[in-house]
Design a protein around this ligand. Sequence first.
Ligand code: NAP
Length: 245
Amino acid sequence: MNKTAVITGGGTGIGRAISLKLAEDGFNIAVNCLESLLPQAQAVAEECRARGVEAECFVADVSKFDACAEMVKAVQERFGSVDVLVNNAGITRDGLIARMSEDQYDSVVNVNQKGVFNMIRHVTPVMMKQRSGRIVSMASVSGLYGNAGQLNYSASKAAIVGMTKTAAKELGGRGITVNAVAPGFIQTDMTAKLSDKAKEAILGGVALKRMGQPEDVANAVAFLASDAAGYITGQVLVVDGGMGQ
Ligand code: NAP
């Protein structure tokens, strides 16, 4: 029987690339999305099925505790197990500190940080019972190095690093690994919003002198989800083309 992977925000950008890569690796795929993105997520599920696995969409807002519980239950009922959780859903609401609204801060923390708690919280009892599981969460270089204009976002992503390390310690005894991937500057809708000037400035600090592709991140996630990464836990794998050096 195929293993099952849940990818939050799996209908676009990096989440889409992860869904397709894990489908290629033989996982059945649960594509999570918001209601508004269901058509795109359904297209991704279709692309996964074309790779020979089962795939279905599950609508849930990851910032809602009960909605995540219902989704995990539905995935388990549909596929029989939850073997891999990829916490990929995320948003930005950038702004300078002096002008950042409470809503800008709360909305980003609710999706990026609390969303990861909600999903880890609800898959943990399932994985503990299975005595196996892989959790991979999307952090960011913004949470490791800081980034002007992203106080809310960097707070939420740094929190993911802390949650990853704690969950790794708590769940390791049950055969569950917990890791994070920290992408740098990746070509998706999220970065398409930036001006050409801002993009040029960021690229100046990238050793490989190009933006990363969603597939670059998906390959790292697939490695951490694979049997080959069985002795790696509590780590943050940076995929930034050499930004931090
Ligand atoms: P993206 O295309 O905007 O993907 C984010 C996905 O998450 C979208 O499908 C989005 O749906 C979904 N989402 C947002 N809020 C949600 C919620 N409450 N519940 C469920 N799904 C929700 O951006 P991306 O670049 O692929 O980002 C994927 C992840 O990588 C994010 O966690 C991001 O922070 C991280 N990351 C990206 C970069 C980069 O350079 N692109 C760098 C570092 C880290 P909607 O479109 O409907 O909002």
